[in-house]
Design a protein around this ligand. Structure first.
Ligand SMILES: [Fe+2]
Ligand SMILES: [Fe+2]
Length: 310
């Protein structure tokens, strides 16, 4: 049996020669985990799955979406809480999904709904994980905030779902923590000992890094390319297809900004500053300093966004 990814990702047969699961590499186990429907891979709530399918259809109207989300009380309450959080900075409180769609936009509301559904699906129930999940989510929300700040500073047109990409960019680490805690603790120890970038140690020890595992999961969940591809290449910019390069560079720079401003914690002890990315985005050293200060001032906003998601 062969499972070939549509964009050429090599995830072909992993159980070659009938090898037992304990003989597979972590990379092979990950592929097996994502491919095998019988595993306990986090599944998206039906409503979130339906939103992804609905959002892809050209015939979906704002009314359809509003009805859809409003039918799920818990989801609509979270969407409204996020829409009213300081990230959107709206002057008046929004109290209905249809109003939120008018004020914030159809696609952005889809992003909020997806982000909150995935946050719920991927937050481990047990507190017994190697990393502080709240800190990892704060880092991820911070990357969403910082990406938006970079878009404003560089006067690039505001992209839809900037926050969603930030929120999801490191979810591969959560998958490692849930499914391969022993192997991942070795990765973390080595990162602390050697200071080599985390994604490189993941690649060396596990043969797959957190951005690729996240990408595989997002393909499985049918996410659109404008979200999954920038996440796949957020540490390996030079491999990124040109049409997704701008957003990918923004996440990379936002990741650095957030870590140097001390927003949350992503297990990375050495934030990697890529000067070629910063200059390709048109950011000066002074603007980077200003953005770092802006991010430091965003701490409360990040906390309230996390609270709205939870
Ligand atoms: Fe990352
Ligand atoms: Fe990150």
């Amino acid at each position: 049996m062969v499972w070939v990814h549509e964009d050429g990702l090599d995830v072909s047969e992993t159980r070659q020669g009938g090898r037992r699961n304990d003989q597979l590499s972590i990379r092979e186990k990950v592929i097996d985990l994502i491919r095998n429907k019988a595993t306990s891979l986090p599944t998206l709530p039906v409503i979130i799955n339906n939103i992804i399918v609905t959002a892809k259809s050209d015939s979906t109207t704002a009314n359809d979406l509003a009805r859809f989300i409003s039918n799920d009380q818990a989801l609509s309450a979270r969407v409204l809480k996020i829409a009213n959080s300081p990230y959107y900075g709206l002057p008046k409180k929004i109290d209905s999904i249809s109003r939120a769609i008018i004020v914030i936009g159809f696609k952005e509301i889809i992003s909020i709904a997806l982000g909150s559904g995935i946050f719920k699906a991927l937050t481990p129930k047990s507190k017994d994980v190697l990393l502080d999940m709240n800190e990892l989510w704060k880092h991820s929300i911070g990357v969403g905030f910082a990406s938006r700040q970079i878009e404003m500073t560089t006067k690039k047109s505001m992209e839809e779902s900037t926050m969603l990409v930030g929120l999801l960019h490191d979810i591969g680490k959560i998958l490692f923590l849930i499914y391969f805690p022993g192997d991942y603790s070795e990765v973390l120890v080595k990162h602390h000992e050697d200071g080599i970038p985390l994604y490189e140690i993941e690649q060396n020890l596990l043969e797959i890094d957190h951005s690729e595992i996240a990408y595989m999961l997002m393909k499985q969940w049918n996410f659109p390319d404008n979200i999954s591809i920038p996440i796949r290449y957020h540490h390996r910019i030079t491999d990124c297809p040109f049409e997704h390069l701008n957003r990918t560079m923004i996440i990379n720079a936002a990741d650095y900004l957030c870590q140097s401003a001390g927003i949350g914690h992503s297990a990375n002890i050495n934030p990697e500053r890529k000067d070629e990315v910063i200059s390709a985005l048109g950011l000066s050293a002074g603007q980077i300093e200003e953005l770092t200060e802006t991010m430091k001032a965003c701490r409360d906003q990040v906390d309230s966004f996390l609270e709205a998601l939870s």
